[in-house]
Design a protein around this ligand. Sequence first.
Ligand code: NAD
Length: 354
Amino acid sequence: MDSQSKILVTGAGGFIGGHLVARLLEMGVPSVRCVDIKPESQWQQEHRRCENLVLDLRDAGACSRACHGIEIIFNLASDMGGIGFIESHKADCMRNVLINSNLIQAAVDVEAERYFFASSACVYPDYRQRAEQVGGLKEQDAYPAMPEDGYGWEKLFSERLCHHFHQDHGLETRVGRFHNVYGPKGSWNDGREKAPAAICRKIAEAQLDGSDSIEIWGDGSQVRSFLNVEDCVDAILWLTASDCAEPLNIGSEERITVRELVSVIEDIAEYPVDINFKKDAPVGVNARSSDNSRISRILGWEPSVDLWTGLEATYIWVREELIKQRSGQRSFAELPVDHRLRLVGSEDSVALAG
Ligand code: NAD
C-alpha cells in the first residue's frame, strides 16, 4: 500500500471508518473514496478532500460502483451498535451479510490488491467468556463455534467468506477482530452507543443537571477491555499491509469491570455519582478481553494509548456534544449568561467557553 493507492473505506461516515479516513489523509493519501448509507450531513467526520458517496452496500450494483477502479478496500460498513442495539436488531445485523458478500465479490471483480474486513470479538463463544474466565480470548478460541446470536454469527460467517475468497480467488483478505473500540466522534446518544460513550454521556448529563445518580446496565461486574480508536486505526493499517490472512485480535489486554470504568470516568469528570444498577437490562457476556500474543508476534503491534488519556478525550468530546445539543446548535457564546452557567456549572468554565 502506498500513498498513491486508490483506496475505498466503507462505513466512512461512522466512528472507526471516520478516524481511518482522517489518518489516511494525514499520511498523505491524496483522496479516499468514502462510502456510507447515511446522508453526508450525518457523517461523524467531514471528509472534504475525498470522493464521498452515499450508497446502500447491501445492493450488489452499489458495491460494484463503490469498488470501480479501487485497489485497496477497508470494509467497515455494518448496521450495528452496542449491546442494547444488537440484542434487539438481530435480523438487521444478519442482513449485513449482504454488504459483506456483495462487496467481496466486487473486490474480486476489480482485482483489488487488498481487502480488510472489520470483524468483532462477538465471534467468540459464550462458553469462553464466563465469569471464571481469567485470561484473554485467543484467536483459536472462536471454534467450536457458538458466537453471539445474530451479529456474531454474521461476523463469523463473513470471516469465512474472506478465508474462502482468499483460497478460491487469491484475494488478499485481512481480518481484524475488534474488541470494544472507544474514542471521540462516535455514537453517544442515538441508541447505538457502547459502554464508554454511554457512561461519559450519563455522567456529563448528571453533572450538567446537578443530579447525583446514573443508571448502569447489569450489576457492574462484567469484565471488558477497551481499545482506543487511534490504536485500532494503527492496527488496521499494520494488518492490511502485512502478509497475515488469518483473523487477528485488535483489542486491549487490560481487564476492567464496568463498575471500575464508571469510577475512572467519575474521576475524569471530578463528579462522583451513585449508581442504580438495572439488572434486567442486556449486558452481554460475563468476561471478555483480548489475548494479543498473536498480533504482537506477527505485527509487533500493541496498544499505546492508556485508558485514562483515551477516556479523558472521549469524555471532553461527549460533554461538548451534549452542551451543543442542549443549546440547540446555537453558538455557545450567543446563549444568555444564566443558560451558559447552567450548562457548564461554573463561572470559570463560562469565561473559558465564552
Ligand atoms: P459505526 O456504526 O459508527 O459505523 C458503521 C457505518 O456503516 C455507519 O456509519 C453506517 O451508517 C454504515 N452502514 C451501515 N449499513 C450500511 C450499508 N448498508 N451501506 C453502507 N454503509 C452502511 O460503527 P463502528 O464502531 O465505526 O464500527 C466499524 C466496524 O467495526 C463495523 O463493521 C463494526 O461491526 C466493527 N466493530 C466495531 C466495534 C466497536 O467497538 N466499535 C467492535 C467490533 C466490531
